[in-house]
Write a protein that binds this ligand. Structure first.
Ligand SMILES: [Zn+2]
Length: 95
């Protein structure tokens, strides 16, 4: 399945430029980020590294900005996680 990559971020705004709540784009040690030529979001979402992020990132205040079917209508970006200073810090294992 090929994701539509035409809406990766809101026009004129990127969480990568946020002065407080910075976002990062992850890639694994093999260079798979799901966003390079020939890769899809599903490639990254299928990695064990992504499953680790899903389970553990929240405890470090990182949140998946654009999950599948997000209300913003932005393409699923499993690699893009935003650090949010004000978010609660639930124990790992919760959804
Ligand atoms: Zn990003």
């Amino acid at each position: 399945m090929r994701e539509n990559a035409s809406w990766n971020a809101l026009p004129g705004y990127s969480e990568h430029n946020d002065p407080v709540n910075q976002a990062v784009d992850f890639l694994n040690q093999d260079g798979i980020n799901g966003n390079n030529t020939g890769q899809t979001a599903a490639d990254f979402a299928g990695l064990p590294e992504y499953r680790w992020l899903e389970a553990q990132a929240r405890q470090f205040h990182f949140h998946l900005s654009y999950p599948r079917g997000n209300d913003l209508g932005i393409t699923f970006e499993p690699w893009h996680w935003q650090w949010r200073k004000s978010e609660p810090n639930p124990a790992p294992g919760g959804k």
